[in-house]
Design a protein around this ligand. Sequence first.
Ligand code: IPD
Ligand code: CA
Ligand code: CA
Length: 263
Amino acid sequence: MIPSALINVMVKAARRAGRSLKRDLGEIENLQVSLKGPANYVSNADKRAEEMLYTDLAKARPGYGFLGEEGGVREGTDKSHTWIVDPLDGTTNFLHGIPQFAISIGLQRDDVLIAGVIYNPANDELYISERGKGAFLNDQRLRVAGRKQLHDCVIACGLPHIGRGDLQHGLKELATMMPKVAGLRRFGAASLDLAAVAAGRLDGYWERDLQPWDLAAGMLMIREAGGTVSGMLGNDDPLKTGHVICGNENIHRELVKVLKAVG
Ligand code: IPD
Ligand code: CA
Ligand code: CA
C-alpha cells in the first residue's frame, strides 16, 4: 500500500509527537501533572504532544480547523476540513507506565471522516486508514473478525471509575454481557480498542461518554476494515452521541440488541 501525501503528513506528525511521548514515558516520575479531575490527569506530555501535532498539521495543511482534547477548537480559514486529535489517548495508562496509549488523528471533510491515523509509540504499531482505500496496521491490510456468535467473541468495553460514568448502569451492562461472551476486556485507550476491532484482534467493543477525539480515527478504521460502527441505537452517530458499539455486522447487531435491553 503506497500511502497518500495526506496520510504521510499525518504519520510524520504522529511519529514526531510519539517520540516526545516515548521520552516522557521514560521520565514519567518527573512529569509535572495537574489534577484535572478525580482520576483524570492532564500531563505536560499531553499538552506538549498536542502543540507538536498542531504545529506540524497546520504547517502541512494551512487553514484546516483543529479540534484537540487539550486546546479545544482552533478555527481555520478552510471551513471544510477539521483535524480531530487526541494527542494522548490512554492518559491514565501512560501515567502508570502501561504501554497501551496512542496518538489519534482523524480528518473530517464537510462532516465526513476521510482519514485516520492511530499510533502507539510504545510498541510502534501504526494504524492508518483513508476513506475508500482500506485500513492498515504497519502496512498489513486489516479486516474485522468473522465470528458470528456472541458466545465465541472477546469484547472490549469501558468501565466507570471514581468520578467517571454511571456505576450502577455500568454494572448492569457488565452483568448482562458477561454470561453471553467468551471474554470481556478493558484496555483503557478507546482509539486502540477501535483499532483492535478493525484488526480483528477484538470481535467488538462498546463504551459510553466518549469524545470525538477518542472516536474519529478509529471509526473510519473499522468501516474501512469492513466493520460496522454506531451509537447505542444501532444507526446513530457516535461523534454526536459520544457512545459507540462496533464489530462485524453480525456482532454489532447482537451487541446493539443486548445493550438496548439493558436500557
Ligand atoms: C480516555 C481513554 C479511556 C476511555 C475514557 C477516555 P484519555 O481517554 O480513551 O479508554 O475509557 O473515556 O477519556 O482521557 O486517556 O485521552
Ligand atoms: Ca481519549
Ligand atoms: Ca487524551
